[in-house]
Design a protein around this ligand. Structure first.
Ligand code: ADP
Ligand code: ZN
Length: 213
């Protein structure tokens, strides 16, 4: 399957993507994960992206399109992909449309995960992430077995730099202003699948049913 996962920070895009990859061998592509890895490795890309990320602002469209143009042409994309956190602006969505035409790929759907703002806020402040493999935990509902240590890879499980209260509130504003308009964009494209994202399992089931049609 080839899907875009839309939704606010904390809507569950990453969790849903991980469940879906297990179904058909498609890969999860998270621009956030790619950028965090670049920051950690101290690459040119990481240096350019770091300040914006830490402040909860968006990285430039040019930088993101450069990453995605390469990434979508890698061999593992042949079995499909789940775009998590991309596109995030109308210019990115327009550029992606051109890129897909160029490489001859077609999307199955743009899935919008609807989650109430209070649920989002609660999730983001309690979320913890493995610095090595990106596994997601929650201090209340899904803590790692050993505090601060990833169950899967043993890496450090920490609160992200951009998950302070200030950066979270900034990310939600940026989402409302720049990313929420993508719902209208994909509705016009005839690709929108709108889901009330109560549980990740229910979301996966809705997507499966939609694709089977
Ligand atoms: P979230 O949990 O907010 O969805 P992500 O892990 O997707 O977070 O992204 C973290 C940060 O990386 C964003 O706040 C932004 O600075 C940057 N980023 C990720 N994807 C994009 C993108 N497609 N366009 C611009 N900036 C991005
Ligand atoms: Zn890990």
């Amino acid at each position: 399957m080839r899907l875009i996962l839309l939704g606010a920070p904390g809507a569950g895009k990453g969790t849903v993507a991980k469940l879906l990859t297990a179904m058909d061998g498609s890969v999860q592509i998270s621009t956030g994960d790619i950028l965090r890895a670049a920051v950690k490795a101290g690459t040119e890309l990481g240096k350019k992206a770091e300040a914006a990320m830490k402040a909860g602002e968006l990285v430039s469209d040019d930088l993101i399109m450069g990453i995605m143009k390469e990434r979508l042409q890698e061999a593992d994309c042949k079995n499909g992909y789940l775009l998590d956190g991309f596109p995030r602006t109308i210019p990115q969505a327009e550029a992606l449309k051109g890129l897909l035409l160029e490489i001859g790929d077609e999307l199955d759907a743009a899935v919008n995960l609807n989650v109430p703002r209070d649920v989002i806020l609660d999730r983001l402040t309690t979320r913890r992430t493995c610095v090595d493999c990106g596994a997601i935990y929650n201090v209340k509902s899904n803590p790692p077995k050993e505090e601060g240590k990833c169950d899967k890879c043993g890496g450090a499980v920490v609160q992200r730099d951009d998950e302070t209260e200030e950066a979270i509130s900034k990310r939600l504003d940026v989402f409302t202003e720049q990313t929420a308009p993508l719902v209208g964009f994909y509705e016009k494209e005839g690709l929108l699948l709108d889901i009330n994202a109560t549980s990740s399992d229910a979301v996966v089931e809705s997507i499966r049913a939609h694709l089977a049609k």
